[in-house]
Design a protein around this ligand. Structure first.
Ligand code: 3EB
Length: 342
């Protein structure tokens, strides 16, 4: 019998709302567990924001999480966290201009505190991490800042005895123009099921041409959310085949390739669960490097998925740098569907 069978999971729900809907809910007395805001104000304690320009018509949006139990909040080092005892949501905003110690050290410190939070809250297993790094493609003293970030991140995973290769959490890592290094995470008491993409080399096995230490993430993660639901967290997905970027300079072809990669990850995930996930039914965030490309990306999504597909209607489009200079678009997503893990 697995840990999943022994432990009853208190239900976690996720909904994507406009900023005003999210605020109305918080004022209506049903205090959310937490949220991840896109272009939202930066003074809401329960909803840390992503400091990027929203390009979609509905404006600022939020993924709002609801837990069933009493929510406790606290801080551990750099981390502000909220937990219901089973799940923990955490946020780190680390201002580099104050710290001045190089991105690798900064990332290592942030992740060190993240893992300390998991220990203190008793939620040992990371499901999903969102990383936002100012000037991600900038030079960090001889090594690109993203590559430095990867070095510090992997080091912290290894130090903490966390899975840095197979079994790593789902993640995304995007560039924002300015502000703090922002890390948001969801962890729980049960390890998720990692999913890889058969069309791609696992990111934690990328050759060192992409930097001295590999990125630490799985292509997706599956977790039972309680209440008979399974969640699929799909990491940032881009126009990469094997380990190489394809369709250089062609945002339309990159978007098509990204959708093929998403479909492949979903197929691999569906083989591990009775839940049925599908490309047209995702809650996606679409990152475009150049604002001028947003309409072309939207058109490809409409062409492939259908203009009325929930994935397109719910998608949040954000301006952000992608971690490789040659990537013009990246899509991440989550979905929840009834089922169990196999
Ligand atoms: C890629 O497939 C694109 O460093 O956490 C996607 C998702 C990417 C997560 C990360 C990076 C990360 O390599 C980049």
């Amino acid at each position: 019998m697995s840990a999943r069978d022994l432990l009853k999971v208190p239900p976690l729900r996720i909904e994507r709302l406009s900023l005003s809907e999210g605020l109305a809910m918080a004022e209506g007395g049903s205090s959310p567990f937490g949220g991840l805001g896109y272009g939202t104000p930066d003074d809401l304690a329960w909803m840390p924001t992503v400091n990027a320009q929203v390009l979609s018509a509905r404006g600022p949006m939020a993924d709002v999480w609801h837990a069933s139990g009493q929510v406790q909040s606290g801080t551990t080092g750099l981390v502000r966290w909220r937990t219901d005892g089973h799940w923990v949501l955490g946020a780190i905003d680390l201002d580099e201009t104050v710290e001045r110690q190089g991105v690798a050290k900064l990332a290592q410190r942030a992740y060190h505190d993240l893992f300390k939070t998991l220990e203190e809250t008793g939620c040992a297993h990371l499901l999903r991490i969102w990383n936002y790094l100012p000037q991600i493609n900038g030079d960090g003293g001889g090594l690109e800042r993203y590559r430095q970030f990867n070095a510090g991140r992997q080091e912290a995973f290894l130090e903490a005895g966390q899975a840095a290769f197979e079994g790593a959490p789902a993640a995304c890592a995007l560039g924002i123009r300015q502000g703090a290094l922002c890390i948001r995470f969801l962890a729980g008491q049960i390890a998720p099921v990692p999913v890889e993409n058969p069309r791609q080399v696992s990111a934690y096995r990328y050759p060192d041409t992409y930097g001295p230490r590999s990125p630490t993430f799985s292509r997706a993660a599956l977790a039972e959310l309680g209440g008979g639901d399974v969640a699929l967290f799909i990491s940032g997905t881009a126009s990469i085949i094997g380990h190489e970027t394809v369709h250089l300079g062609d945002v339309v072809a990159q978007t098509h390739e990204t959708l093929r990669n998403l479909a492949a990850v979903i197929e691999a995930a569906n083989a591990r669960t009775t839940a049925e996930f599908a490309l047209p039914r995702l809650e996606a965030v679409v990152y475009v490097r150049n604002v001028a490309d947003a309409e072309a990306v939207r058109s490809v999504l409409a062409e492939v998925l259908g203009a009325e597909a929930p994935t397109l209607r719910h998608a949040v489009f954000l301006e952000a740098d992608i971690c490789r200079q040659d990537l013009l678009v990246e899509i991440e997503a989550h979905a929840v569907a009834p089922g169990t893990l196999n």
